[in-house]
Design a protein around this ligand. Sequence first.
Ligand SMILES: NC(=O)c1ccc[n+]([C@@H]2O[C@H](COP(=O)([O-])OP(=O)(O)OC[C@H]3O[C@@H](n4cnc5c(N)ncnc54)[C@H](OP(=O)(O)O)[C@@H]3O)[C@@H](O)[C@H]2O)c1
Length: 278
Amino acid sequence: MEKRHNKSVLITGCSSGIGLCVAQGLAERGYDVIATARKEEDVATLKSSGLKSFRLDLSDEKSIAAAVSATLDTAGGEIYALFNNGAYGLPGAVEDLSIEAMRDQFEVNVFGTMALTNMVIPVMRNQGYGRIIQNSSVLGFAALPFRGAYNASKFALEGFSDTLRLELKGSGIYVSIIEPGPITSEFRKNAYGAFKRYIDPTNSAHKSKYMQIEKRLRDLDRVDSFTLPPEAVLGKVIRALESRRPKIRYYVTFPTHLLGFLRRVLPFAALDRILQKG
Ligand SMILES: NC(=O)c1ccc[n+]([C@@H]2O[C@H](COP(=O)([O-])OP(=O)(O)OC[C@H]3O[C@@H](n4cnc5c(N)ncnc54)[C@H](OP(=O)(O)O)[C@@H]3O)[C@@H](O)[C@H]2O)c1
């Protein structure tokens, strides 16, 4: 691929899926990629593949601060862009979610992401430029049953990102939100891990529904309709990085476009009837 420039891009959650694909794709394009991961062994693998990598656990503020500081050291004090990608999904009915489960979901998907963003903004303000790209989800604007924790976390991400964009107007820092639908990754496997950790299906009013959910989560070979490879997200990230005026939202996949449209035109009750089918 054609080399463009060596602007630095800090990315979270690069052990697999979209983060790994975007890290590799941007490095090939000539960006100075800092591909962070939660686990030491993934940092080692990323390094051995030739990428710059540091440990960054979104649930640990010290590790976030250390990764930002290491990024500034290695990138000559500049962070051109931050791709907030790291997150996980916790399936389960709202009534079965403990506050601890909900806190953990928000710790990673919202609070850690916000803490990192707030550490990077002063760097970007000093530079007078920067791009903050949030990896949200179609579930950041459309709620599905049994996705309450994840839905709430992505709605929160969208909320603070929309506010941030308004507050950063004129600063040279742009905030874009990527809205993927189904993308091939380790997301389902990791969601099943979270489900087993936090949900007790045996004592739930939704016991029989959980049997179906578990079957779907266990089936790692199942490919949902309209699933795209992570390169589809990479393409949008490149546009958010390289457009003179990046878009506020980038939709990826047909379900995102469809639900985005239906949400604008349908009354709430009609939209509910569609979303109810999950
Ligand atoms: N795949 C989809 O269909 C889809 C659809 C819409 C939105 N998304 C969004 O896309 C992003 C990437 O997900 P993916 O699909 O690529 O799934 P994935 O393969 O499971 O990747 C998620 C990444 O987030 C990391 N992560 C989890 N907890 C973390 C923590 N505490 N600190 C730092 N990193 C952490 C994971 O690291 P570990 O390996 O250490 O757990 C992993 O690297 C997420 O924001 C997700 O919500 C995905």
